[in-house]
Design a protein around this ligand. Structure first.
Ligand code: NAD
Length: 340
């Protein structure tokens, strides 16, 4: 019986192909068991076949249930809807897991180890938005609605607590804005707290209003362990948290549903540095380590993390965003040497 694992690979836009290329060379050096189906999406999908999320890409992910994805560009304001949001909806990828771990000493903060679990399909990202024209101004009023369901809140809270138990985490902090958005995030707080009570004695529960949480993350991030929150707050806080461990180049993410899991970097397509060969591939490489662990290859994931540690800290090979001078390829080559 073959133990190869079919998986979809989406190079993506901007720096996507550069960091995907680096990541694949590292997975090859590790002899990771993935058989890739290469697909397009985002701007690359529009250019190749006029569709930011081509049916072949959706079919491939449905077949493999597993994908590694480069960042996808989304036009701001008008234009097509985010392919990332569509993928989350299409495959009910309700949990977005974003671990933040200090990998190098000497940063602004040391010994950070926290995980954001963001609800990924509901809240203010459902796209229920419209304008009301007044006196010929088509955009005189903008209206947006959020949707949270008790079932969706329970599902993400249970995911967060189960994640905490499985990963030997001590505390889950429920982050909300129930003082103002009393229905929308009040329901989230109420349901997540109820789930938390079922884990009493195993996992501590704590809660914060999102603005206070944002400030406390800067003042004393070590008080947090696992944060569970709604879609928009999770999006914003996880970028802030990436900043605690050296920036977006260090932040991986996983989008998990019942049948499909998609792994990616938290950052976007970085058009300002695309094509220059200087992007930090680490976030996507760390996402690939999460993917290895997800399919049960814990030994390969551990070897990869160990090699990353040695490359960054012993060999001191770092890309520019981390204060070094290595190119994307230099970093990948150095890491590959540590794997062979
Ligand atoms: P961005 O994350 O692409 O870039 C923000 C800043 O961080 C830029 O200065 C960039 O150069 C830097 N940066 C990002 N990744 C880096 C890396 N690996 N190495 C070194 N520097 C890095 O955010 P943006 O500019 O707001 O978004 C650009 C595009 O990406 C938009 O179209 C947006 O919609 C899209 N986006 C996609 C995803 C995704 O596919 N998951 C996530 C976020 C943004």
């Amino acid at each position: 019986m073959s133990n190869r694992i079919p998986a979809t690979l989406i190079p993506g836009d901007g720096i996507g192909p550069e960091i995907v290329d680096a990541t694949i060379s590292i997975l090859d050096a590790l002899r990771a068991p993935f058989d890739w189906e290469i697909c397009t999406a985002g701007l690359a999908g529009v250019k190749a076949c006029g569709d930011p999320l081509p049916p072949e890409t959706i079919d491939s992910i449905r077949r493999t249930g597993l994908a590694l994805k480069g960042p996808l560009e989304t036009p701001v304001g008008g234009g097509f809807r985010s392919s990332n949001v569509r993928l989350r909806e299409e495959f009910h990828l309700y949990a977005n897991v974003r671990p933040a771990l200090s990998l190098m000493p000497g940063g602004r903060y040391e010994n950070i180890d926290l995980v954001t679990i963001r609800e990924n399909t509901e809240g203010l990202y459902v796209g229920f938005e419209h304008y009301i024209p007044i006196d010929g101004d088509m955009h005189a009023v903008a209206i947006g609605s959020g949707v949270n369901t008790r079932a969706g809140c329970r599902r993400i809270a249970e995911f967060a607590y189960e994640y905490a138990v499985r990963n030997k985490r001590r505390k889950v902090t429920i982050v909300h804005k129930a003082n103002i958005l009393k229905a929308l995030t009040g329901l989230f707080r109420e349901t997540a707290s109820e789930v938390g009570r079922a884990y009493e004695g195993r996992v501590q529960t704590d809660e914060r209003i999102v603005d206070a949480c944002a400030m406390q993350l800067v003042l004393n991030p070590w008080q947090f362990d696992v944060i569970v929150t709604t879609n928009l707050f999770g999006d914003i806080l996880s970028d802030e948290i990436a900043g605690l461990v050296g920036g977006l180049g260090m932040a991986p993410g996983a989008n998990i549903g019942e049948h499909v899991a998609i792994f990616e970097a938290v950052h976007g397509s970085a058009p300002d540095i695309a094509g220059k060969g200087i992007a930090n591939p680490l976030a996507l490489i760390l996402a690939s380590a999460m993917m290895l662990a997800h399919v049960g290859c814990h030994d390969l994931a551990a070897r990869l993390r160990q090699a990353i540690d040695v490359t960054l800290n012993q060999d001191a090979i770092r890309t520019r965003d981390l204060g070094g001078s290595a190119s994307t390829r230099d970093f990948a080559n150095a890491l590959t040497r540590r794997l062979s």
